[in-house]
Write a protein of this length. Structure first.
Length: 307
């Protein structure tokens, strides 16, 4: 009696198996738009809030229009970016679970939906009246696509490009409500954006453990990125202190320095722990950051609106 031999087969690639078994769902398309990333677009409220115009109906409406326009632009860019990077994302331990990489959203649908959202964003911005806000949204999209297809492969430049997207968001808020942008504001936002981006890259590099799935990561070292983060953090704190103490003699601007410094220090600590890969997730999950941000907003609100 002959024994039946079984031939061992290598296990199926779980992501590939999942892609074959799963079908499209509208909820997956919504997740592919990354609504949690819309938190970054809250930067459009910074300049209107600092100028004290959010208490007016028109100011609030114009800021909301800018917010919605940037949400559409960002989601469209994310869809197009994920469609372009689908094969690389499938090799990434975390990104392979994104809806497009996991096969929950067809690549062709992602291209179409992304293109529609990108076209819709400037049209939404035009609801504020005039051409300036649509032009800023178009500039944001141009920088985003330049990053997706070219700049993200250029070391150092890629850091500045991503930080520039954050700065454009903040500048758009000022354009939407027609308030001037001070040099202090631009410097603080620029340095803060650079700190976040350097921390994100540093956390990605640490998580890759030498097996970088993002090609540009191999051009960096943790020491270099930590140095960029430290430089931008220190310069930002000094700039904020000069703005709060020299341009605003009231006590609450000075008090706001304390939670501001705590936010910077807390973020640096979290990055050193290796959890800064998704900065928006830190704001949603870290209780210390939430408390420090709330204290900063309260102190600035009192300084701007009640004194």
């Amino acid at each position: 009696m002959s024994e039946e031999k079984t031939v061992a087969r290598p296990p199926a690639d779980p992501p590939a198996a999942a892609r074959a078994a799963r079908g499209f769902s509208p909820a997956a398309l919504v997740r592919a738009c990354r609504p949690r990333q819309w938190l970054k677009n809250a930067l459009v409220f910074a300049a209107p809030a600092a100028a004290g115009v959010l208490v007016t109906v028109q100011g609030l409406l114009d800021a909301l229009i800018a917010f919605v326009a940037f949400c559409a632009a960002a989601s469209g860019a994310y869809l197009l970016n994920d469609a372009a990077d689908v094969e690389a994302d499938r090799r990434h331990p975390r990104k392979r679970h994104r809806p497009i990489a996991a096969g929950l959203v067809p690549v062709r649908l992602a291209w179409v939906a992304g293109g529609l959202l990108v076209a819709l964003a400037p049209a939404l911005a035009a609801l504020s009246g005039g051409w300036r806000l649509p032009a800023v949204v178009a500039g944001y999209l141009a920088l985003t696509f330049s990053y997706t297809y070219w700049l993200k492969h250029q070391e150092v430049v890629d850091l500045v490009a991503v930080a520039g997207c954050h700065v454009i968001r903040a500048f758009a808020g000022a354009v939407a409500v027609d308030v001037p942008v001070t040099n202090w504001f631009l410097v603080v936002v620029s340095l803060g954006s650079l700190q976040l981006v350097a921390g994100k890259r540093e956390a990605e590099l640490r998580a890759s453990d030498g097996n970088a799935t993002r090609a540009i990561l191999s051009a960096y070292t943790p020491t270099y990125l930590a140095g960029v983060r430290a430089m931008s953090s220190g310069a930002m704190i000094v700039t904020y202190c000069l703005w709060a103490l020299n341009d605003h003699p009231g006590p609450f601007h000075a008090i706001s320095i304390i939670p501001f410094v705590l936010i910077v220090l807390r973020h640096n600590l979290l990055v050193d722990r290796g959890v800064g890969e998704e900065p928006e997730e830190l704001a949603l999950r870290d209780r210390h950051l939430q408390v420090f941000i709330a204290l900063l907003l309260v102190s600035l609100a009192v300084a701007i609106y009640l004194t």
